[in-house]
Write a protein that binds this ligand. Structure first.
Ligand code: GTP
Length: 332
C-alpha cells in the first residue's frame, strides 16, 4: 500500500522581502488545493501571525480546509505531524520562516522529522529584487525574486547566474501555486469560496502562470543521462514528475529492484520511488512545470536520455545513478 504524502514547502527570506505576501497569494489562489500554513514566528512582533492568521483562520471553517498554526522551531515536528496526517486532508503545507530563521536549519529540521506522511517539497527563497541575497539563491530549490514592480527585472539574470534551482520573478509575491503543487479537482461548492471572495474584494496581482511540457517516450531512459539532466536544473523548470523505466544490468542482490520508477523533483531536490504497479510503462512519461520554459531545449535534453540501439548494454547497477535518490514511501 502506498502511503499518502503531503509536500512541505519552506518559504524563507529576509525581513520584508514579501514572504507573507507570497503565502497570502497562495492561499487566495488555492483553487481547490487545501493548504496548511505554519508561521514560524520567532517572536518577531507577531506580524506574520497576524497577517496570515487574519485570513487563514477564517478559512479553516471552509471546505477549502486551509488552517494556520503558530509555532517555534522546536514545535515544528509536532505541528507538521498534525498537518500532514491523512485526517487533516491537506494537499500542501507551507512553512513560512520568520525573516530571522536560518533556511538551512529549517530544512534540516524538516528532513529530520521522518514523518511518513511528510515529503520535502523544497526550499523557496524569496529575494528582494532590489538587493538579492545570492547566498539564499544558491541554497534554494526555487528562487522567487520579488518586487519587480519596484525594481524591474535586472536582478533576474544576476540571480540566475548563481541559483541552483529555478528562478521566478514576481510582484507582491504573486506566485502561481501550480509551481508548487498539482491542481486538485474537487466538486465545485455551491457558493463562492473565501479565496474567490478575497480575490474579488482585493483586486488581483496577476501571476505569471505556470507552464508545462509533457514528454513521452516508448523506450526506456538511461538512468545516468536522466540523472544528469535532472541534476542540471534545466532553466525555468520548477517541478518534474512522471514515470520512467530505466534499464539495469542486474547486479548481484539487485534482481528484485523494479525497473519502473516514479520521479519527482522540486528545483534541485530529486526523489524517486518504485512506481505503483498500475503505472507501469514501457518507456517514460514526464511533465515539466515552470515558467519561461524552453520547450525545444527540454525535449532535446530528454530525447538525448532515451536508450538507443547504439548504447552499450547497461552496466551492473546502471540504475543506481537515478535510484540513489530513492526514498522509500512504500509500506507493507
Ligand atoms: N511594491 C511592492 N511592495 C511589496 C511587494 N511585496 C511585498 N510588498 C510590501 O512589502 C511589505 C512587506 O511584505 P511582506 O509580505 O510582509 O514581507 P515579509 O517577508 O513577510 O516580511 P517579514 O514577515 O517582516 O519578514 C508589505 O507592506 C507588502 O505589501 C512587491 O512586490 N512590490
Amino acid at each position: 500500500m502506498t502511503v499518502r504524502t503531503v509536500p512541505v514547502v519552506l518559504v524563507a527570506g529576509h525581513l520584508g522581502v514579501g514572504k507573507s505576501s507570497l503565502v497570502n497569494h497562495l492561499l487566495r489562489h488555492a483553487d481547490g488545493v487545501r493548504i496548511g500554513v505554519v508561521v514560524n514566528d520567532f517572536g518577531a512582533l507577531g506580524i506574520d501571525a497576524m497577517l496570515v492568521a487574519g485570513q487563514a483562520s477564517s478559512v479553516t471553517s471552509l471546505a477549502n480546509g486551509c488552517l494556520c498554526c503558530v509555532t517555534d522551531a522546536d514545535g515544528l515536528s509536532g505541528v507538521l505531524a498534525d498537518l500532514v496526517s491523512p485526517a487533516a486532508g491537506l494537499d500542501l503545507v507551507v512553512v513560512e520562516a520568520s525573516g530571522l530563521a536560518e533556511p538551512r536549519e529549517l530544512v534540516r529540521l524538516l528532513l529530520a522529522s521522518h514523518d511518513p506522511h511528510a515529503v520535502y517539497g523544497g526550499l523557496v527563497a524569496v529575494l528582494d529584487a532590489g538587493a538579492p541575497d545570492l547566498e539564499h539563491a544558491r541554497l534554494a530549490d526555487l528562487v522567487v525574486v520579488n518586487g519587480l514592480d519596484r525594481c524591474g527585472a535586472a536582478a533576474l539574470d544576476e540571480v540566475r547566474a548563481v541559483a541552483a534551482g529555478a528562478v521566478v520573478g514576481t510582484s507582491h509575491g504573486a506566485l502561481d501555486p501550480a509551481l508548487l503543487v498539482d491542481p486538485v479537482r474537487r466538486p465545485q461548492p455551491s457558493q463562492l469560496t473565501l479565496d474567490a471572495l478575497l480575490r474579488e474584494a482585493d483586486g488581483e496581482h496577476p501571476h505569471m502562470a505556470a507552464q508545462s511540457v509533457s514528454f513521452t517516450s516508448e523506450r526506456p531512459l538511461d538512468a545516468g543521462r536522466l540523472a544528469a539532466f535532472l541534476e542540471s536544473g534545466p532553466r525555468g523548470v520548477v517541478r518534474i514528475k512522471g514515470i520512467v523505466r530505466v534499464p539495469d544490468g542486474g547486479g548481484e542482490g539487485f534482481d528484485e529492484a523494479p525497473d519502473v520508477w516514479e520521479v519527482q523533483t522540486v528545483g534541485t531536490a530529486i526523489r524517486v520511488r518504485p512506481a505503483p504497479g498500475r503505472l507501469d510503462t514501457r518507456g517514460a512519461r514526464l511533465v515539466l512545470i515552470g515558467t519561461d520554459l524552453d520547450e525545444p531545449a527540454l525535449r532535446a535534453g530528454l530525447t538525448a536520455c532515451v536508450v538507443s540501439d547504439d548504447d552499450p548494454a547497461p552496466s551492473q547497477h546502471a540504475a543506481l545513478a537515478l535510484t540513489r535518490y530513492r526514498i522509500d514511501l512504500t509500506s507493507a
